[in-house]
Design a protein around this ligand. Structure first.
Ligand code: AMP
Length: 398
């Protein structure tokens, strides 16, 4: 999956290029509150414009459920793009309709336009062949640069590639180069750190990583099912009883493969889950094998922070996905912060999966000290599971 052609492997001069971006930005009252996804897309767009392409951008935004709904219009994105690119980026009134067709037909080299929200059509998420064909008919080349939706087989993320030469943009190229290398040929020791609420979300990730890593670290809510698998009682902590056997198997698999599997040795507990989530909370630290029956583990304890940070410090490659505790509460964010800090301080290649851990790294100010922060939550998890992502598999091989 890593051997895919990129924009630099194809002649784009004088061509119309359809680029699938991830412009699914947060909006409040019609104003973009975080434009990092737009800024992230600029290198690919600028490369195409500088090399004589006529650029037709497309993306989804929110969940308009297959109907035209101007609440989900990409108009604020078009305005922001015009600002960053310094040229007008016109927004078509539709996606594959008359206006889009006319504007695409008239578009010249060095010009850029944006189609309306692809999810205004239910056919998009159904990967409808006719819809994909119409979308493809607007252009000569397809570029996918939306990693966040690369695990979805939709018309604009995969279907169009049936009708056009298909290559990746710089964002997807970086994802597959950095994560692909980590999984296929990592600099060792290779340490993976998993957290988050549920074991059930990460069963296949754990299973796949156990065949690749030297050390697997498990924190967050999912750690308690592992502690239960070791025979400890976990009080009121998150526990998935149906997965205890699975965790036991994973402990055995780690031993059999010679993988060091690190679990919390102490935990920060409270009488109950904070409500609201950032409410003041009284906590105690207890050893992981002595969680009181009436308490709930909500973060890794100080000894665990040190244990995990030491493992990250001696690694050459670190992959991290999922917070170590209920980091939304400042009192329970210390574990997640310690891991983010350890990655920032380590000389290793550091890769942070999307979603909560990526947001935590950014908000704690460690963003620029991490080798690669993935732009996709679900997509990066599926990548770590070793699955083939439809939005990447559909691209032409080198
Ligand atoms: P996920 O969506 O699986 O990545 O999980 C992220 C969520 O896990 C965050 O909202 C955290 O608050 C939550 N979380 C992490 N550790 C714990 C814990 N020990 N108990 C309950 N929730 C947790």
């Amino acid at each position: 999956m890593t051997n895919k052609k990129s924009v630099e492997d194809i002649n784009v001069s004088g061509k119309k290029v359809l680029v699938r971006c991830d412009f699914n930005v947060p909006l409040k009252d019609g104003v973009i509150t975080d434009d990092s996804r737009i800024r992230g897309a600029l290198p690919t767009i600028k490369y195409l414009l500088a090399n004589g392409a006529a650029v037709i951008l497309c993306s989804h935004l929110g969940r308009p459920k297959g109907e035209f709904n101007m609440k989900y219009s990409l108009a604020p994105v078009a305005a922001k793009l015009s600002e960053y690119l310094g040229i007008p980026v016109t927004l078509a009134k539709d996606v594959i309709g008359e206006d889009a067709q006319a504007k695409a037909a008239a578009l010249k080299s060095g010009e850029c336009m944006l189609l309306e929200n692809v999810r205004f059509h239910a056919e998009e998420e159904k990967n409808d062949a006719e819809f994909a064909k119409k979308l493809a008919s607007l252009a000569d080349i397809y570029v996918n640069d939306a990693f966040g939706t690369a695990h979805r087989a939709h018309a604009s993320t995969a279907g169009v590639a049936d009708y056009l030469p298909a290559v990746c943009g710089y964002l997807i190229q970086k994802e597959i180069t950095v994560m692909g290398k980590a999984l296929a040929d990592p600099d060792r020791p290779f340490v993976a750190i998993l957290g988050g609420a549920k074991v059930s979300d990460k069963l296949n990730v754990i299973n796949n990583l156990l065949t690749k890593v030297d050390t697997l670290i498990i924190g967050g809510g999912m750690a308690y099912t592992f502690l239960a698998a070791k025979g400890y009682t976990v009080g009121k902590s998150l526990l998935d009883e149906s997965k205890i056997d699975y965790c036991r198997e994973m402990l055995a698999k780690a031993e059999e493969k010679g993988v060091k599997l690190l679990l919390p040795v102490d935990t920060v507990c409270a009488k109950s889950f904070p409500d609201p989530i950032d409410a003041e909370i009284e906590t105690v630290v207890v050893p992981a094998d002595a969680i009181p029956d009436d308490m709930e583990g909500l973060d890794i304890g100080p000894k665990t922070r040190e244990l995990f940070a030491d493992a990250a410090a001696s690694a050459k490659t670190v992959v991290w996905n999922g917070p170590m505790g209920v980091f939304e509460n400042p009192v329970l964010a210390a574990g997640t912060k310690a891991v983010a800090q350890a990655l920032a301080d380590s000389g290793a290649i550091t890769i942070v999966g999307g979603g909560d851990s990526a947001a935590a790294c950014q908000s704690m100010g460690f963003g620029d000290k991490i080798t690669h922060i993935s732009t996709g939550g679900g997509a990066s998890l599926e990548f770590l599971e070793g699955l083939e992502l439809p939005g990447i598999a559909c691209l032409n091989d080198k």
